[in-house]
Design a protein around this ligand. Structure first.
Ligand code: UT7
Length: 319
């Protein structure tokens, strides 16, 4: 993983602003989630637009152009259209003419899923450079009259570049573990979709149940990822977790016994941006100089399905 870039829509909506039309308040949202604000897309701004801005920054940071990219995977639950994929739209926008491009859908775990797929495709000879993007206009799936969900999410995009290199050594993805369990599909879902209901639908969630699964499953999948890489939690420089709720992030920090200043927290400013949340957090910590070339990152996420996973990555490239 040699570079990262991200993009947030300009429109910032604070908790106070939400409380002018939903029965909620800043104190509840901050106390129960850690969220203070979220960025929301403007009218006419789409997931492909967010992905484009994030991807062009990641490419510039890697010293590459679209023509250097062999594979584009966008993790998104909020594509511009049912088809074609948002990834093919991005391919055209960045002029990555020869690239394979497709979307994957694993909601909030989409980025760790896409990372695993891209790495496997590169390792199996499908190209040398991949662009992995998490991009969401999640606000389009919200029921703005349901205070139990609408306060939790935001929009944005983050992108990383993966590059194969002969001298990669222990750089790049050290381990990746993914899980799915459809038995829990009813605790977090959208009540619409092309084959079940003509409408796009809205997010429905049993928050407490999802919270309980998140704390338990993220801890166990992180143990699996550490064990697969033959590493201990103490070998991790940064935890870059999915940003759903600061209480879930704090529980992971405690479980891994990491110092608080080794955990990247962006949920306060971004809220839960689903598949975009990990690359957005990564980008923030690289841009402000916390994450440096050669740092070992632990990433984890869980989303509707349920689907969950963790990846350990040595960030950057040998200098
Ligand atoms: O990224 C995908 C994964 N998603 C997650 O990880 C989300 C996991 N779940 C959570 O983060 C938390 O469960 C929530 C933040 C969604 C909810 O927090 P909670 O502490 O589990 O609250 P709750 O659902 O038990 O609700 C407690 C009370 C209820 O009132 P009563 O029934 O006790 O009178 C809710 O009606 O808080 C009320 N409430 C609100 N009050 C003000 C729920 N939402 C709000 C709100 N503003 N927005």
């Amino acid at each position: 993983m040699t570079a990262v870039g991200s993009y947030l829509p300009a429109n910032v909506v604070t908790n106070e602003a939400l409380s002018s039309f939903v029965d909620t308040d800043d104190a509840w949202i901050r106390r129960r989630t850690g969220i203070a604000q979220r960025h929301l897309v403007a009218d006419g701004e789409t997931t492909a637009d967010l992905a484009y801005h994030a991807a062009t920054k990641a490419l510039a940071n890697a010293g590459l152009t679209g023509g250097d990219i062999d594979l584009i995977i966008i993790a998104t639950t909020t594509p511009d259209n049912t088809f074609p994929s948002t990834a093919t739209k991005l391919q055209h926008m960045i002029e990555a003419k020869g690239a394979i491009a497709f979307d994957i859908q694993a909601v909030c775990a989409g980025f760790v899923y896409a990372l695993d797929i891209a790495d496997a495709m590169l390792q199996s000879g499908r190209g040398h450079r991949a662009l992995v993007v998490g991009a969401e206009s999640f606000s389009k799936l919200l029921d703005w009259e349901d205070r139990t969900t609408c306060v939790l999410f935001g929009d944005g995009a983050g992108a990383v570049v993966l590059e194969l290199a002969d001298d990669a050594g222990d750089w790049g993805i050290r381990s990746s573990v993914l899980h799915s369990d459809g038995a829990y599909r009813d605790i977090l879902y959208v009540d619409g979709g092309p084959s079940s209901n003509a409408a796009v639908g809205h997010v429905r969630m049993e928050g407490k149940e999802v919270f309980r699964h998140a704390v338990e499953k993220l801890a166990s999948v992180m143990d699996e990822a550490l064990s697969a890489a033959n590493m201990q939690a103490g070998d991790i420089d940064w935890l870059v977790p999915h940003q759903a709720n600061v209480r879930i992030i704090d529980a992971m920090q405690k479980k891994m016994d990491l110092p608080s200043d080794r955990v990247v927290r962006t949920v306060e400013q971004h809220a839960n941006t689903s598949a975009a949340s990990i690359p957005l957090a990564l980008s923030a910590a690289v841009d402000d100089g916390r994450i440096k070339n050669g740092d070992v990152l632990a990433m984890e996420a869980i989303g509707g399905g349920l689907v969950w996973g963790a990846a350990l990555v040595k960030f950057g490239r040998p200098s």
